[in-house]
Design a protein around this ligand. Structure first.
Ligand SMILES: [Zn+2]
Length: 576
């Protein structure tokens, strides 16, 4: 290249940077990502209608339909020209699950120490009178029963169900949800944290309870004995709660044996038909004099299980850029199957296909469309990794597995954008969560918002929480974003069907995410991280959360597999 040309180029470059703010403003003010127009309603619709079709039976994790869905996603990536990024040159990363199945039907036996003889007063059948309310059902030795109201302690409301109770080593008999009248609005979303099983479990664990037996009081569901083996992990053992196989065996789920029971079974324990209905009415009026003394009652849960291993798979594809630095675009492709767990309409629709069009066929189709838009275009500065996760509905399992077995070191990951439920843009509204995890990412979102006037972007500055697959990345020290069109009535119900999706909104949201991702890739600066992982190291080898008075972290000792990885990710590119 001769001197004169070199000089002009240098001058040109100089002018550009001199003009930087304005020119960059121009750049800031115009779309940078290539091929956004290829992101089409037709393609997105095709993917959602396939993934959320009745034949896909709600894409429950580790089920045949999940296998089909993952093969479909891989074929879409392949057709799009995105390269395999999974194990052994494939598009897949095996995820190993474990669950417990019964070796014989569990039984609960009720005893009365004041009765002659020591035979049981009553025997309760699993799936008929009681079932697991979460986590792995475990045996519980015979112990005393104590009624503990709604298991709520709420100082602000002057409410304390545990005051004066001795629950140590006993089974707490409780009411689900919270006192009638506390709920704001009609939807299930109207309950407060007091209603969360996790909140009640933590309180009762702290009080030393050996187990929990919970009933949904008639007043909480409009008077019907709403007995449906909610969350019954073994209803036909169709969709058991799963854990990751490499997780140490521990008290999973709610941290103690937690069962739900029918109104009929609880009336049996209380010794009279209609007893729990009257008790709930009294309690809701704040009348604690009616609290029953169950000190003569004993209950045992005879549960025998064995551990079973099962596997599913994440689907991974990549588009290599100039640098071995990565932007991850991910979202889960699984859903709740036939609604045996996690369904908001369990009372009426358990056993029916929960199609999961918005949750999350919408996000999965967006990831595939962005891969298609970016593939075959000019080489991006950073590389893109696209991940469709399994096991999200079972507890963010696929992303947790990926975070423990990353195909790209987290240090090399600039950012993760998790797309989950963007199919119900209503009144142009789209929420962007994760803004609090990084100022730089938040700025990209703010810069892009005006470029998509058909969307009314809501910036959510709340701390990142364990609500979807970005959580494991955030915990690993990677800044994250989470576009979300909001909670809705259809969520986790049989109403979440393909024909109810706003495809125009889905296409606009997908283009917005593509633009943001491209900008993260092209911007020379490394996005900051404002999360909880104080030891996280960034692509520049620095602590992501600066430690001004501390020396730079020692360069990570290159493990043989690292250089192999480097090799794998480096070599082809150079030749290319
Ligand atoms: Zn979801």
């Amino acid at each position: 290249m001769n001197h004169a040309i070199r000089l002009c180029l240098a001058v040109g470059a100089l002018c550009f940077f001199m003009l930087a703010p304005a020119a960059q403003e121009g750049a800031k003010g115009s779309l940078a990502a290539p091929n956004l127009e290829s992101i089409s309603v037709a393609d997105l619709k095709g993917d959602v209608y396939f993934l959320a079709s009745d034949e896909m039976r709600g894409r429950d994790t580790a089920k045949p339909e999940s296998e089909i869905a993952s093969a479909y996603i891989a074929s879409r990536f392949r057709k799009a020209g995105a390269m395999p990024a999974g194990e052994n040159g494939s598009y897949f990363q095996e995820v190993q699950f474990a669950y417990h199945e019964f070796t014989e039907p569990p039984v609960a036996r009720l005893y009365d120490s004041q009765q002659a003889g020591d035979g049981p007063l009553a025997e309760f059948k699993y799936g008929q009178d009681f079932s697991s309310a979460g986590g792995r059902p475990r045996p519980v030795a015979r112990c005393e029963v104590v009624f503990a109201g709604y298991a709520i302690t709420d100082a602000a409301r002057g409410w304390d169900d545990l005051g004066g109770l001795d629950l140590k080593g006993k089974t707490a008999l409780i009411l689900r949800y919270e006192p009638t009248g506390w709920r704001s609005g009609s939807s299930m979303r109207g309950w407060s944290r007091n209603s969360y099983l996790e909140t009640k479990a933590a309180l009762l664990r702290k009080a030393g309870a050996a187990a929990v037996l919970m009933v949904t009081g008639p007043a909480s569901t409009g008077g019907i004995d709403n007995w449906v083996p909610l969350g019954s992990s073994e209803t036909g053992s169709d969709s058991p709660p799963l854990t990751l196989a490499d997780e140490p065996e521990q008290q999973d789920g709610l941290g103690l044996p937690f069962f739900s029971a029918s109104v009929k079974a609880v009336d049996r324990i209380l010794g009279e038909d209609g007893a729990i209905k009257r008790l709930q009415e009294a309690l809701d009026k704040g009348d604690r004099k009616a609290m029953p003394d169950l000190s003569a009652k004993r209950i045992e849960f005879d549960v025998k299980t064995r551990r079973v291993l099962k596997s599913g798979r994440n689907v991974l594809a990549k588009i290599e850029g100039e640098l071995n630095e990565w932007v991850v675009l991910g979202g889960h492709y699984d859903h709740i199957g036939l609604g045996y767990f996690g369904a908001t309409d369990a009372r009426t629709a358990m056993g029916k296909v929960h199609n999961g069009a918005d949750d999350n066929a919408s996000g999965t189709s967006a990831i595939m469309e962005i891969a298609e838009a970016f593939a075959g275009q000019r080489k991006p500065r950073r590389s893109f990794l696209f991940i469709a996760f399994t096991g999200e509905e079972k507890g963010l399992l696929g992303s947790a597995w990926y975070a423990r077995h990353p195909v790209v070191p987290h240090e090399k990951t600039l950012a993760m954008i998790n797309i989950d439920m963007i199919g119900r843009v209503k009144n142009r509204r789209l929420e962007m969560h994760g803004m609090a995890s990084s100022k730089a990412l938040a700025q990209h979102v703010r810069d892009c918002a005006p470029l998509f006037p058909e969307l009314n972007l809501k910036f959510n500055e709340q701390p990142v929480g364990p609500v979807s697959d970005m959580w494991a990345f955030y915990q690993a020290g990677v800044p994250v974003l989470f576009p979300f069109s909001g909670y809705n009535e259809e969520m986790h119900s049989i109403k979440d069907r393909p024909e109810t999706i706003n495809y125009e909104g889905l296409a606009q949201a997908t283009r917005l995410v593509a633009e943001i991702a491209w900008r993260i890739s092209e911007n020379p600066a490394y996005p900051d991280y404002r999360g909880t992982n104080k030891d996280a190291i960034g692509p520049d080898g620095q602590y992501r959360i600066p430690r001004p008075n501390e020396p730079k972290p020692a360069p990570k000792e290159k493990l043989p597999e690292d250089s192999e990885k480097e090799e794998e990710f480096a070599m082809p590119r150079r030749e290319g």
